[in-house]
Design a protein around this ligand. Structure first.
Ligand SMILES: [Mg+2]
Length: 331
């Protein structure tokens, strides 16, 4: 790769500024000043702020992750956190640590994908930072949002049903297909897309929050067993997942058999599905399912909450604890 193919740091900032476009709203100042200036929030709403760092070799592998989809995913994982609170996205900051080996075409595709995903969810890029990295590529995104009544993890109640907005385990299957060099098999394209290009459930999250029926909510990032454990710990309750109620799909089962993968492990501990996970009283189920259908998403009732602690998998009347058996970042 020729040195001339690479961006200088100043040029990256200029490229980001071009993509970000002009400030849209009154009182907004974007890239080019010492700080971004953001207008005050709407009366009655709360600010939401989330940040997430993706590290090459830990969270993604450039051997199979195309730069445009990596940019989209860096935005999506943060957008999903705003969705998990029942909020809408407003502004984003992007910080890049770029290895010298990455050329202009790579950086352009990465930035284009990032802004594309932000724009689709009505968020605007207003600032960030760029440094040279002596090692791998690192992307840190900070995303702002707002919500009228954010839904927390700490407000689940014993007796609640546990709902998941889609089929968990698909992203884990997609990752395994990439690892084994089988990402090109057309019958598994949707699984590979679940790993490379997840779609945050913002509109669904807002509708669930607005219904007033959801007691606690979060998104599935580290796997069902771990993410449910966060709700249990924060709310002081126990969760029981009924194995026979875990949803599956034909392509997921075919991938498990083709790869020799463990379907149950994908469902319970596979990370990065970015599906909403929520709890609600049984009386609200029919209305919540209808909200799911309006958004083209099946809400699966996979179990319930009880007094106590921990996350338990129940199968044929027997229980075993699965708390925090998800994807661990610090392996
Ligand atoms: Mg989250």
């Amino acid at each position: 790769m020729m040195a001339g193919d690479r961006y200088q740091e100043r040029e990256v900032i200029e490229a980001v500024a071009r993509l970000a476009g002009r400030p849209a709203g009154q009182g907004e100042v974007g890239i080019g000043d010492d700080c971004a200036v953001l207008p005050p929030g709407r009366p009655g709403s709360s600010y939401l702020v989330t940040t997430d760092t993706l590290v090459e070799g830990v969270h993604f592998d450039l051997a199979w992750h195309p730069p445009r989809l990596l940019g989209r995913k860096a935005a999506a994982v943060n957008i999903s956190d705003i969705a998990a609170m029942g909020g809408r996205c407003t502004y984003a900051l992007l910080s890049l640590a770029l290895p010298l080996r990455l050329d202009r075409a790579f950086v352009d595709a990465l930035l284009a994908g990032f802004v594309e995903r932000l724009t689709a969810f009505a968020a605007r890029l207003v600032g960030g930072d760029t440094v040279a990295s002596p090692a791998g590529l690192v992307l840190t995104v900070t995303l702002f949002g707002e919500a009228d009544g954010p839904v927390l993890r700490s407000t689940a109640r014993p007796g609640d049903r546990i709902l998941v907005a889609g089929v968990p385990g698909r992203a884990a299957a997609g990752l395994e297909l990439c690892r084994q060099g089988l990402a090109g098999l057309p019958q598994f394209a949707a699984l590979v897309a679940a790993h490379l290009d997840p779609v945050p459930q913002v509109e669904l999250g807002r509708a669930l929050a607005a219904s007033g029926l959801v007691h606690a909510m979060q998104d599935l990032s580290d796997g069902l067993a771990t993410d449910l454990a966060h709700i249990c710990r924060a709310s002081g309750v126990a969760a029981v997942v009924a194995r026979e109620r875990l949803p599956s799909e034909a392509d997921l089962e075919q991938a498990a058999s083709r790869l020799g993968g463990d379907l149950l492990a994908w469902q319970l501990t596979g990370g990065e599905d970015f599906l909403l996970l929520c709890t609600a009283a049984p009386a609200g189920m029919a209305n919540l399912r209808a909200i799911g259908r309006e958004h083209g998403v099946a809400l699966y009732d996979i179990g319930w909450l009880e007094q106590g602690q921990g996350v338990w998998l129940e199968e044929q009347g027997r229980r075993r604890e699965i708390s925090f058996q998800g994807y661990e970042h610090l392996r």
